[in-house]
Design a binder for this molecule. Structure first.
Ligand code: IPE
Ligand code: IPE
Ligand code: MG
Length: 250
């Protein structure tokens, strides 16, 4: 049997940094710092696998609920990371894009500048798209799309009756981004935590107990292998296989 294609788009909920640090008697922030080499190893692994889109959940719209010290650390960590890593990403021919509420006044101006700089530097790269979901929430994204449609309807530019799934999807943060075929969450938590709610409609989920700082390209390849063994059905029925009767597709 020929090997099935790798997913075009993989979403990753990078979770478990705090527990990784706590287990070592370190502050939670040390876990975030250790998550950086894990992410970059995964980016290299995704390039090797031929994945075209990789979305990394870096900060949720609910993560503001953490202590001011942790939030402050994460904002400055992101500024530093973008400055240190943007040339490497560019050299890898990776296009960097951000989705989320970047104009939220709680986001430091310097971070907004670094995000725009990384996007601008890498805008013409084509080998892989790395999407950072920062100050991102799936509900906020859906509200954003609804607001844009409402505005267009109120201005008489679209007929409300013409609004369909395609019209809605075209108003999400990054309409050209394909839906993820695979979403990986580390650290053993089995929930979506407001990640890519609309786009995940038919994603396969792989949950691994590995804490994010311990995750790497080998773990990513394992998750992709598990994805390949799944049977995706999209609401259809299992094809009967003559003689086997176990529903296994050929
Ligand atoms: C994920 O790790 C990183 C972010 C949410 C920014 P956590 O910080 O959630 O780690 P745990 O879940 O507390 O272990
Ligand atoms: C989800 O992880 C957000 C990110 C990975 C950035 P959380 O650790 O914030 O999610 P919950 O609170 O456990 O659901
Ligand atoms: Mg967590």
């Amino acid at each position: 049997m020929p090997e099935r294609d790798v997913p075009r788009h993989v979403g990753i909920i990078m979770d478990g940094n705090g527990r990784w640090a706590n287990a070592r008697g370190l502050p939670r922030t040390a876990g975030h710092a250790q998550g950086e080499p894990a992410l970059f190893d995964v980016i290299h692994g995704a390039l090797d696998l031929g994945i075209e889109w990789l979305t990394a959940y870096t900060f949720s719209t609910e993560n503001w609920n953490r202590s001011p010290e942790e939030v402050e650390f994460l904002m400055h960590f992101n500024i530093d990371l973008l400055r240190r890593r943007r040339d490497e990403l560019n050299d890898l021919d990776v296009r960097v894009v951000f989705i989320g509420e970047r104009h939220d006044p709680r986001v430091p101006e310097q971070l907004r500048i670094e995000m725009a700089t990384a996007e601008e530097l890498t805008r013409d790269n084509t080998t892989m798209n790395v999407v950072f979901a920062f100050n991102y929430g799936g509900r906020a994204e859906i509200v954003h799309a609804a607001r844009r449609l409402a505005r267009a309807a109120a201005a008489g530019k679209i007929d409300p009756e013409s609004i369909d799934v395609e019209a809605f999807a075209a108003r999400l943060y990054l309409p050209e981004m394909p839906d993820p075929e695979l979403i990986v969450r580390t650290s053993g938590e089995m929930r979506i935590s407001n990640f890519l709610l609309w786009e995940a409609a038919y994603a396969e989920f792989v949950f691994t107990p590995v804490l994010w700082p311990d995750f790497d390209r080998t773990e990513l390849a394992r998750c992709v292998d598990e994805y390949r063994r799944r049977e995706r059905r999209f609401g259809g029925a299992i094809d009967a296989v003559a003689g086997s009767g176990d529903g296994t597709s050929s």
